[in-house]
Design a protein around this ligand. Structure first.
Ligand SMILES: NC(=O)c1ccc[n+]([C@@H]2O[C@H](COP(=O)([O-])OP(=O)(O)OC[C@H]3O[C@@H](n4cnc5c(N)ncnc54)[C@H](OP(=O)(O)O)[C@@H]3O)[C@@H](O)[C@H]2O)c1
Length: 300
């Protein structure tokens, strides 16, 4: 327990699971921006990535060995409509973190997305495939991925997708919670059929990220669930596992939504690399959703 881990964005959906899983493995420090949790076991520091002097101060105080950046600002749609504002955090703010990792000689694990790909493949994407983002969110992530390979020697990029689990702040409800709420309130869910991804249970993702953070492996790692599904198939699985009414789920195509950001059609990821390196076992959506449902500290 001598290693000190700093989790940036520890109050987010993934961040919350990272903090909880890390506390038996490391001395854990977490940052928050707007929501300071009431968890006295963890040292929380207020940090805005955009402010280099605050970032420097937090690094100087904590002296972390490992940093996980699980923060993000804005949804995919918000990034598209507010590119300058979101780049300030997601690109320039992240550069402040990279700089301090370089100066303090710490390992950085950066959380990226399946949406660095254009979605035109007809097979699972591997870490060797070329990135070609088609929206602003993907471009921001790809910019940092590219920079990391030049800036640091000790880093890992973890690409993941459609994270599900219980969110412990009011900031952003994830897709699974949205579907549960809608169905519980007997409201319809319009679910996309022409966009495929590999949804990922937050707890299993957090365990894999922490395992990777303890290694010296450098480069890109795909960490996602096993099922390559569209949102309609995911919504149906949610209804099944949570015992909700499937008839309220209505299949829909992209043209029925007014999304501003372009959306890749197929970005399912191959996890063979990470399975062989850290004994990661990707979960199918039924298994992951059942584990989520049965979490003792969940909201159900
Ligand atoms: N959710 C998904 O389905 C998904 C899919 C693929 C990849 N990812 C990536 O996985 C990571 C975690 O996503 P998530 O859904 O868990 O995020 P989230 O729930 O939206 O949480 C975002 C976190 O970022 C923090 N934050 C926002 N602006 C900040 C700033 N200026 N400085 C420092 N911290 C700031 C927030 O702090 P406060 O809450 O305290 O304000 C919060 O802790 C992100 O990198 C995301 O891009 C997510």
């Amino acid at each position: 327990m001598d290693e000190r881990i700093l989790i940036i964005g520890g109050t987010g959906l993934l961040g919350h699971y990272l903090v909880n899983q890390a506390k038996d493995m490391f001395k854990v420090y977490s940052t928050y921006l707007t929501h300071k949790p009431k968890n006295e076991e963890i040292n929380y520091y207020k940090l805005d990535k955009r402010c280099p002097s605050t970032v420097k101060k937090v690094f100087t105080q904590i002296k972390p060995n490992i940093v996980i950046d699980a923060s993000v600002y804005g949804t995919v749609e918000y990034c598209e409509t507010h590119p300058v504002e979101t780049r300030e955090v997601n690109v320039y703010g992240t550069i402040n973190i990279i700089k301090e990792c370089y100066l303090n000689n710490c390992r950085l694990v950066f959380i990226s997305t399946d949406w660095v790909f254009d979605g035109n493949a007809s097979r699972l994407y591997t870490e060797l495939d070329a990135v070609k983002p088609i929206n602003e969110y993907g471009k921001q992530k790809a910019a940092i991925e590219n920079m990391l390979s030049f800036a640091l020697e000790n880093y890992a990029i973890v690409r993941t997708a459609v994270i599900y689990g219980w969110s412990h702040t009011v900031r952003r409800t994830n897709y699974t919670e949205y579907v549960i709420d809608q169905l519980k309130n007997r409201k319809e869910v319009k679910a996309l059929i022409n966009e495929y991804e590999t949804p990922t249970y937050a707890k299993s993702l957090a365990i894999a990220i922490l395992a990777l953070s303890k290694t010296t492996y450098c480069g890109i790692f795909h960490v996602v669930g096993k099922s390559c599904v569209n949102r309609c198939e995911l919504a149906l699985a949610i209804a099944e596992v949570f015992g909700l009414n499937k008839d309220l789920i209505k299949p829909a195509t992209l043209s029925e939504f007014n999304f501003v950001a372009k959306r890749p059609r197929y970005t399912c990821l191959d996890t063979a690399k990470v399975q062989s390196l850290i004994n990661f076992k990707p979960l199918d959506i039924h298994t992951g959703l059942t584990l989520m449902r049965d979490e003792t500290n969940g909201h159900n």
